[in-house]
Design a binder for this molecule. Structure first.
Ligand code: ZN
Length: 254
């Protein structure tokens, strides 16, 4: 329902503060790096939350060679445009799809420094040929146990469940047939999640190794409808939290 309402504001009448995501900021992390094969710079170990892990990896690709970094970059560009059109401020973890971006710890930390309202890391999976669909990954307690993280783990799980629902209801996407459960999983081994202190999830949007999912990964109309679903999911999450300053300003045009 809200999906139909979002974006329905008549452009000529809306002021900035009428936009449904006015006053919130979203940190987006397009997974991996534009420049692949930079193994010496991305293989150094970083603290991923109480254990050491490589700075980053090259990610996967479709069987015809479309790399994950290009997919995540194109998708985040679409999501950024839609979020801005609905009034949100958007921050990206890397500035372009050419160079080598920050390590996974920094991809977790940057949203906090910018005081983002919520954060999302976007990925495409390199799963089994027959597997399809998306998984929303919520953070679990990292090995560097820290009870002060608990409220944020709880908020991240709420955020993740709204995004999952929006992907199914609004984006008409299929939950993963091989990852998580009903489109949701939890992991504590991801530096990009372990270092975040704002509500954050990572989403494997599709399986780049599957023929059908791979064809979606290059589709502009798929990016558009899937990004729209995430915009709605973000709004749903914020609506459930009317005590936050930003959510007070949410009002949807009928
Ligand atoms: Zn990835």
């Amino acid at each position: 329902m809200l999906g139909a309402l979002l974006g329905a504001l008549p452009a000529g009448h809306a002021t900035a503060s009428d936009l449904p995501l006015h006053g919130i900021s979203v940190a987006l992390d397009p997974g991996h790096n534009g420049k692949n094969g930079a193994s010496s710079s991305i293989s150094r170990l970083v603290d991923a939350g109480g254990f050491w892990k490589a700075c980053d990896t090259d990610g996967t690709s479709t069987k015809s060679g479309y790399p994950e970094h290009a997919f995540t970059w194109a998708f985040v560009a679409e999501l950024q445009a839609q979020l801005k059109a609905n009034g949100a401020k958007v921050y990206l973890s890397r500035p372009n799809d050419q160079g080598v971006g920050p390590c996974i710890d920094e991809r977790g930390l940057f949203a906090d420094r910018l005081h983002a309202t919520v954060a999302i890391s976007i990925h495409g999976d390199g799963g089994p040929d027959s597997g399809r669909g998306f998984e929303v990954i919520e953070p679990g307690m990292p090995p560097r146990r820290d009870n002060s993280l608990r409220p944020n783990l709880h908020q991240s799980a709420l955020f993740g469940s709204e995004l999952r629902q929006a992907l199914v209801d609004v984006g008409h996407l299929q939950p993963s047939t091989y990852l998580g459960r009903n489109g949701v999983g939890q992991r504590s081994d991801l530096g990009g999640l372990n270092w975040s202190r704002v509500p954050k999830v990572m989403i494997e949007l599709l399986n780049m190794r599957n023929r059908s999912d791979a064809s979606m990964s290059t589709s502009a109309s798929w990016r558009k409808s899937t990004a729209h679903a995430l915009v709605v999911g973000i709004a749903w999450y914020l609506q459930g939290h009317p005590d936050t300053t930003s959510a007070k300003q949410l009002s949807f045009a009928a």
